[in-house]
Design a protein around this ligand. Sequence first.
Ligand SMILES: Cc1cc2nc3c(=O)[nH]c(=O)nc-3n(C[C@H](O)[C@H](O)[C@H](O)COP(=O)(O)OP(=O)(O)OC[C@H]3O[C@@H](n4cnc5c(N)ncnc54)[C@H](O)[C@@H]3O)c2cc1C
Length: 483
Amino acid sequence: MVGGGNAAFCAAIAARQRGAEVTVLERAPEALAGGNSRFTAGAMRTTHQGIPELAALMPDLSAAEWARIDVEPYTRGDFLDDLGRVTQYRTDPWLAETLVERSFETLLWMRSQGVRFLPLYGRQSFEVQGRIRFWGGLFVEVWGGGPGLIAALTRRATMLGVDIRYGHRAISLAGTTRGIDGVIAHTPAGLATMNADAVVLASGGFEANAALRTQYLGPGWDLAHVRGTRFNTGDGIRMAVDIGAATRGHFSGCHAVQWDANAPEYGDLAVGDSFQKHSYPFGILINSRGERFVDEGADFRNYTYARYGQEVLRQPGQTAWQVFDAKCDHLLRDEYRIRQVSKVTASSLEALAQQMEGMDTARFLDTTVAFNKAVNVDVPFNPSIRDGRGTRGLLIPKSNWAQRLDTPPYSAYAVGCGITFTFGGLHVDANARVLAQDGKAIPGLYAAGELMGGLFYFNYPGGSGLTSGAVYGRLAGEAAAGS
Ligand SMILES: Cc1cc2nc3c(=O)[nH]c(=O)nc-3n(C[C@H](O)[C@H](O)[C@H](O)COP(=O)(O)OP(=O)(O)OC[C@H]3O[C@@H](n4cnc5c(N)ncnc54)[C@H](O)[C@@H]3O)c2cc1C
């Protein structure tokens, strides 16, 4: 296995269970290992038939807890529709079908490997009249988030006898499109060739490589923050292409979110994903020219957050401000309350604008006045549904959850763009086999996780990344064991 994140460990465990000798090569030192998977909150999207089925996934939850929860079933059709809609129907139907069909059984399998799950209370539910109502098709979270996921998978792999080697960077594949003989890697002891009957590439995308970002995503992307690991620099894609593998997917596209404007260049494991700022549907988003530039309430956050990072990158200074009034304080997610937050507050919008560095104060005030006038107050505000409480007559509308900014104190949060992962990658089939440019599978070469192309375009339904890594990692591991 090349890589040591969720996809690689799912592959390693599945291969070991099929009787293969397995070595995991992880480029990072142990203290920084776990890839982007470790940075996640552990949200995983899966189909389910509602509470009876979910209870099998979360046997630790008491009957009293289930009794307070309202969650609609999330069917195969719902997941496929979401994938189709957010990717503008470009997602590969075979890859999508496998992801969706195998999502729930793969989570059950992970559970049997020691990964525990619980409802995603904090991020996907609102309490309405004493009931906890889930929304947006996303219900499942790994216990302990990304760190808990990596710890559980590492524990299981170690128990099964998988040989995990940290500080080992694979640099090329030994073999050709007719067959794979192993991997050449930089190891702490020097360059080494490691023979193998099969190789699973699960070493992430190229989001941490500023040069490749600029080359594929375009000018300005070198200036984005990297939300997660610094080690996903596109090695796996390059290694496979070097021996004749085909690429696929949305190479000029990526998942990128609004991220604290003053966050470090790469992710910080102590802060995890709390630099993200995802409550923008309840406020307005405004650039330093004092202009709004997106429909903040176009859809539930899960369906817009992955696109809006790049909208911020396009603004002057690659930054913007999220502005809220006191009515929204209780709706702001936990990440707004961390110590490392770029926030200003004031008792009037004028005073707020003066504190927002570089802001065109006059234009900001014009924009907020126009916005307040345009809010359709006849429709009740309800954060747990697409409430249709929009604006009327604005060039850039806000379609849901529009509320006037009229209740002090006001707050504004400075955000930039944080890239999560890249969408373009290797051409694989629905059995995780890497294809050569002639469309034939390369014997013994598999790929899973972020470096697979063809699944996500433009956007992705939140929580699909880990599920994709688990589904395709497990498939790749099982197939590699049979090679
Ligand atoms: C802050 C953040 C929050 C996120 N939240 C969620 C979420 O809640 N739910 C969700 O579904 N998705 C989430 N994602 C996306 C998710 O992290 C990825 O989709 C998923 O973790 C990818 O898994 P992976 O195993 O393919 O890659 P990774 O977990 O990134 O693992 C790749 C590994 O390969 C190693 N590597 C790289 N090059 C080499 C090499 N040459 N040799 C050896 N090893 C190498 C890296 O060190 C790394 O450990 C989030 C991402 C970030 C950054």
